[in-house]
Design a protein around this ligand. Structure first.
Ligand SMILES: Cc1cc2nc3c(=O)[nH]c(=O)nc-3n(C[C@H](O)[C@H](O)[C@H](O)COP(=O)(O)OP(=O)(O)OC[C@H]3O[C@@H](n4cnc5c(N)ncnc54)[C@H](O)[C@@H]3O)c2cc1C
Length: 202
């Protein structure tokens, strides 16, 4: 039975990122993905994904998002590839809506660059949007888009350079935790690992 320090199940945005960071820590890692690289069946699929820091959901995300921007910049530098494009981002809603109240709270609490636009200012600066008079827009100039296929590919290639193994088209069917090792069964083989990280999707 082939043995690894760590097995990562899934090679979407999360699994590929985990594989990269494990490779930087020198862990002997195997990544098992049931489909091909950058397939269309997972959450990470798509031409672009939004990245922003003024999280309306909760200000606790802000530190994580700021760190993510730093890490994407570092990966861009390391690979020489363009992974992120700053476009600016708008959160549009009623002044008392969770999206406006929440993103404003995060922006103010963490002194993030932002401006609060009324409908007229929004129409002047961003004519593609026609908000109603009572709506407001939180504009975050540093928000942008990521290119997920490129990001996943970059992570995979960097991890591979450090010796991480990737098996595509190999679905994990079951696993058992033993005293010191975890056994992972796929449709093709059985592996043992000291640690298993499931990144099989949200
Ligand atoms: C339509 C849509 C739009 C989104 N837009 C944004 C956005 O703009 N900004 C943003 O930040 N987030 C966005 N998200 C959320 C973000 O895309 C997800 O949080 C993220 O992609 C999750 O990545 P993941 O690696 O956890 O999951 P996935 O990308 O789903 O990866 C999981 C992987 O595990 C594999 N897998 C599953 N089971 C097995 C198994 N048994 N054996 C082997 N492999 C297995 C799958 O094939 C898959 O490749 C969006 C999500 C969706 C669906």
């Amino acid at each position: 039975m082939k043995r690894f320090e760590t097995i990562v199940v899934g090679c979407g945005g999360m699994g590929s990122s985990i594989s990269y960071h494990l490779s930087r820590r020198g862990a002997r890692t195997l990544v098992l993905e049931r489909f091909k690289l950058n397939h269309e069946n997972g959450s990470s699929h798509g031409r672009t994904k939004i990245i922003r820091t003024a999280y309306f959901e909760d200000p606790r995300y802000v530190r994580l998002a700021k760190r993510a921007f730093q890490l994407w910049a570092a990966l861009e530098k390391e690979t020489g590839r363009r992974l992120l494009e700053v476009t600016g981002g708008l959160m549009i809603g009623k002044p008392d809506s969770p999206i406006v109240v929440g993103s404003l709270r995060s922006a103010r609490e963490f002194s993030l660059p932002h401006s609060l636009l009324d409908a007229k200012e929004l129409a002047e600066r961003f004519p593609a949007f026609a908000a109603s008079d009572s709506e407001r827009a939180l504009y975050e100039p540093n928000a942008g888009i990521l290119f997920p296929d490129r990001c996943i590919e970059a992570y995979k290639e960097m991890a591979e350079e450090e010796g991480t193994k990737f098996h595509f088209g190999e679905r994990v069917t079951r696993w058992e935790a033993g005293r010191s090792l975890v056994t992972i069964h796929t449709e093709k083989e059985t592996y043992a690992a000291e640690k298993v990280i499931f990144a099989a999707g949200p």
